[in-house]
Design a protein around this ligand. Structure first.
Ligand SMILES: [Zn+2]
Length: 442
């Protein structure tokens, strides 16, 4: 042992005790056991001696050099002393203090950089007000659904991404992003919990699930319900946007099912395989309904699971066949025109607020085929009518759309009946009644 004592006391009995405590013999052993130092004053236990000695003296082990400056490190117990010279694993007190100080400064600097980045991020947010009456059909539909999913948080101010779970069975973040990109949501970093925004490699990063949003200004206080009620009165005739939103929703409804099935059969997919499955499902959903896709999923997932039990296959290889299997199965179904059976909606997978809005406003759900969904939207506007139909069919369709759009279905039918009764031929009657209805978009 090679110890250096730095006494903090001068009472002779204390000094004597400290020296006895740390005294070492020629063999490097402590001369006395701590219990042999008793009695001392009123102390009755060795631990009291150890504690007292620690307070009266600082001890440095000349055998342990600080890895940074080479000075001996301080020890506080007999067992910490080393019999031969070596590098200490911890720094001396002075170096430890410097390290601590440097870390404090680095932390303060990081906090400041984060605060500055966040400030810049908040400044760069879009500002101004939104004309809520002018938002596109898909956004209006999403706002109706989000309001229902969040009730009453949307009217009260801010809401977190995690609170929007009831919006759809899956990909809720995607729908929120869609609203954000359309400019109707404002991100509120100041309302998010600590740690939501952080720096990584000098870049500001965000935990998506912890973002907090509010509606962009543009709705007078207390008028949210009125704005949403006006959306219900819309003619919803932007077929491409509505169909795109439906495909997003239907895809989410399928992916929720797919992931549940994968867990059941212990399949694990890489991100790019996931993306392939999503793309195959989306392609299929343009023709089939969600319930049919569920049954296709069910079939290929089970097929892949049985592959895993074969020689030369393992679970990972079998899982990797899923995207291809699904795509081929759907292609074959279309080519050979065989009927895909539909599954019923699993109890654990409710349709979500967006699904309910699609059902309430358009009567479409997991059993409506993609072709039918497109027709449902397309028939609401002359612009998106199928081309290539006979002229008389198009005229008839135009008559119905315009009668509904001008909110004159009964008057139109009445006039149509009278025109026929007056002896006008069918096609001419359609043209005549059509000509007396307000023009499209009027
Ligand atoms: Zn040091």
């Amino acid at each position: 042992m090679n110890l250096k004592l730095q006494l903090l006391c001068d009472a002779p009995e204390a000094v004597a005790l400290v020296q006895r405590y740390w005294a070492v013999d020629a063999a490097g052993q402590y001369r006395e056991k701590v219990s042999d130092l008793l009695p001392f004053r009123a102390f009755t236990r060795p631990a009291q001696i150890t504690q007292y000695v620690r307070e009266q003296c600082r001890v440095f082990d000349l055998n342990q050099a600080c890895p940074r400056c080479g000075e001996p490190v301080r020890i506080t117990s007999r067992s910490a002393a080393r019999p031969s010279p070596q590098r200490s694993s911890r720094p001396c007190e002075r170096c430890a203090g410097k390290i601590e100080q440097a870390m404090r400064e680095a932390r303060a600097q990081a906090e400041k950089t984060l605060a500055d980045s966040l400030q810049a991020y908040m400044k760069a947010r879009p500002s101004g007000t939104v004309d809520y009456a002018a938002v596109t059909d898909d956004i209006a539909l999403l706002l109706i659904a989000l309001h229902e999913a969040l009730e009453p948080a949307m009217a009260q101010g801010t809401f977190g991404s995690a609170e929007c779970r009831a919006l759809a069975p899956k990909h809720v973040g995607h729908f929120i992003r869609r609203l954000y990109q359309a400019g109707v949501l404002l991100e509120e970093p100041s309302q998010a919990q600590r740690g939501t925004y952080f720096l990584k490699d000098g870049q500001l990063r965000v935990k998506d699930s912890q973002r907090v949003y509010a509606l962009m200004p543009g709705i007078p206080p207390g008028q949210l319900r009125a704005v949403l009620a006006a959306y219900h009165q819309r003619s919803f005739n932007d077929a491409p946007r509505l169909f795109d939103l439906w495909l997003d929703y239907a895809e989410a409804d399928c992916m929720a099912y797919f992931e549940a099935q994968c867990i059941l059969y212990a399949h694990q997919l890489y991100d790019d395989e996931h993306a392939e499955v999503r793309s195959a499902l989306r392609g299929g959903l343009e023709h089939y309904c969600v319930a049919q896709m569920w049954s296709a999923i069910c079939r290929v997932v089970r097929d892949a699971a049985s592959l895993a039990n074969r020689t030369y296959y393992d679970r990972a290889k079998a899982s990797a066949t899923l995207p291809g299997k699904l795509r081929r199965y759907l292609e074959r179904a279309r080519r050979e025109a065989f009927e895909l059976k539909g599954c019923t909606r699993p109890e654990v997978q409710p349709p979500g607020a967006l699904g309910m809005v699609f059902q309430d406003l358009f009567g479409i759900d997991e059993n409506t085929t993609g072709t039918m969904v497109w027709a449902t939207f397309a028939h609401r506007s002359e612009e998106w009518m199928a081309t290539g139909e006979p002229t008389s069919w198009m005229a008839a369709r135009r008559l119905m759309v315009r009668a509904l759009q001008s909110d004159m279905p009964f008057a139109t039918l009445e006039r149509f009946a009278q025109t026929l009764k007056a002896g006008v031929a069918l096609e001419a009657a359609i043209d005549e009644v059509l000509a007396r209805l307000p023009a499209a978009g009027a």
